[in-house]
Design a protein around this ligand. Structure first.
Ligand code: ADP
Ligand code: ASP
Ligand code: MG
Length: 413
């Protein structure tokens, strides 16, 4: 008997028929004698619907109230799945985040999990009950409802698996695993049987929405056995999806590049003509950090005539605020010439642990983009990834040609 945590995303829970389908899958695992904790998302479209409703009522809603509202989507899902399971003779009980006591900090709309109480769940599990937990939500120490950021049910699932020391955490979604790139953009993308934890972490942080980045961080920290699978495969035809492996466990030679990730949610800001002297980067980015805006890529050009240009990227949602701060606070303070911005950019990245031991990946990437006339605006690298910022209109083209150039559409031998 194993303890398994399963997470079902919005599409998998998207209609009454699909919810009954999830219930049948859970029932099959239960019939094999396993203990099951099932984490679910809101039905697809519901979180967006609720957020749009809030915007219709209030232009600038309070984050605390947004969380009270947006967490209802998952609350509906847990009750529906419990009903569907009870209907087919499987004892099930639903829990909100607060009922489990998934304790988080109080950063509304992007809270972090601090602790999970096991006692209630253990009691039910030992009595043979399937536990259905609302993903994406928690509670702070004052009893306020919090949410974990978009896609946060993945993190709920992995955090529960870590807390309960589950044998496996299965993330059921609308694709049958992690692919070399988003199969919606490149139909030739290939499913990976394994991906290393480090690569998955990079892919998630660089925009592959198949797993929320914090879920991958949890899996790494607590060594959770994590698998991504399809909830749409028929009984008897299920495949094993993609297993996230830890490099030291893997004896196989790693491919140079495992995947291409992309992110359309970024915007670029440039402060032109800042004095080329110590402390400038700190003054610019310190002011941005004080406003709680995360910065991603950074470039400072070589100084010329005593001045330089300084560029960085932020999440697109923060673009208007960052632009205003630079214009009103940074520009007069540092004596910059002008502030310009561009929110029609995207970031495309090649990820692979094999890059460490194979030079030439960057030059191949740059040549491939140059051959199609795609201008690179910014570059950043780590040991296992190379990212470029390009005009948003080239996103699909860039992803497709890089996928092909690195032969990701070819089966590995
Ligand atoms: P869920 O609602 O189950 O959480 P998501 O929409 O959050 O599902 O994540 C699944 C989607 O992630 C897929 O439909 C796919 O379009 C997208 N995706 C992006 N990058 C990848 C990738 N490398 N491999 C697989 N899917 C990816
Ligand atoms: N329902 C939430 C969202 O749409 C959480 C999730 O699906 O993981 O972001
Ligand atoms: Mg998701």
């Amino acid at each position: 008997m194993a303890l398994i945590v399963q997470k079902y995303g919005g599409t998998s829970m998207g209609s009454p028929e699909r919810i009954r389908n999830v219930a049948r899958r859970v029932a099959r695992w239960k019939a094999l004698g396993h203990q099951l904790v099932v984490v679910v998302s809101a039905m697809s479209g519901e979180t967006n619907r609720l957020l749009a409703l809030a915007k219709d009522v209030s232009p600038n809603p309070e984050p605390r109230e947004l969380d009270v509202m947006v967490s209802t989507g998952e609350q509906v899902s847990i009750a529906l799945l419990s009903m569907a399971l009870n209907d087919i003779g499987v004892k099930a009980r639903s829990y909100t985040g607060a009922q489990v006591k998934i304790l988080t900090d109080s950063t509304f709309t992007k809270a972090r999990i601090l602790d999970i109480e096991e006692a209630n769940m253990r009691r039910d599990l030992e009595g043979g009950t399937v536990i259905i937990v609302a993903g994406f939500q928690g509670v702070d120490e004052l009893g306020n409802i919090t949410t974990l950021g978009r896609g946060g049910s993945d993190t709920s699932g992995v955090a529960l698996a870590a807390a309960l020391k589950a044998d496996e955490c299965q993330i059921y979604t609308d694709v049958d695993g992690v692919y070399t790139t988003d199969p919606r953009i490149v139909p030739e993308a290939r499913k990976l049987d394994h991906v290393t934890f480090e690569e998955m972490l990079e892919m998630a942080s660089l925009g592959s929405k198949v797993l929320q980045i914090r879920s991958v961080e949890f899996a790494g920290k607590y060594k959770v056995k994590l698998r991504v699978l399809s909830s749409f495969e028929e009984e008897g035809k299920e495949t094993l999806g993609t297993l996230i492996t830890f490099e030291e466990d893997s004896k196989m030679e790693q491919p140079i590049i495992s995947g291409i990730a992309f992110n359309r949610d970024e915007a670029k800001l440039t402060v032109l003509g800042v004095p080329d002297r110590p402390g400038i980067a700190y003054q610019i980015l310190g002011t941005i950090a004080d406003a709680n805006i995360d910065v991603d890529m950074i470039i400072q050009n070589v100084g010329h005539d005593g001045t330089t240009d300084f560029s960085f990227t932020v999440n697109r949602g923060e673009y208007p605020r960052a632009l205003k701060i630079l214009d009103e606070q940074v520009k007069p303070h540092v004596g910059a010439r002008a502030v310009v911005g561009d929110n029609k950019i995207c970031k495309v990245s090649a990820v692979g642990v094999g890059m460490r031991s194979h030079p030439g990946v960057a030059s191949k990437m740059f040549r491939t983009l140059a051959e199609e006339g795609i201008n690179i605006q910014m570059i950043s690298t780590s040991e296992i990834k190379i990212s470029v910022v390009v005009d948003e209109k080239y996103l699909e083209l860039a992803v497709r040609i890089l996928h092909k150039a690195f032969e990701l559409d070819q089966p590995t031998v």
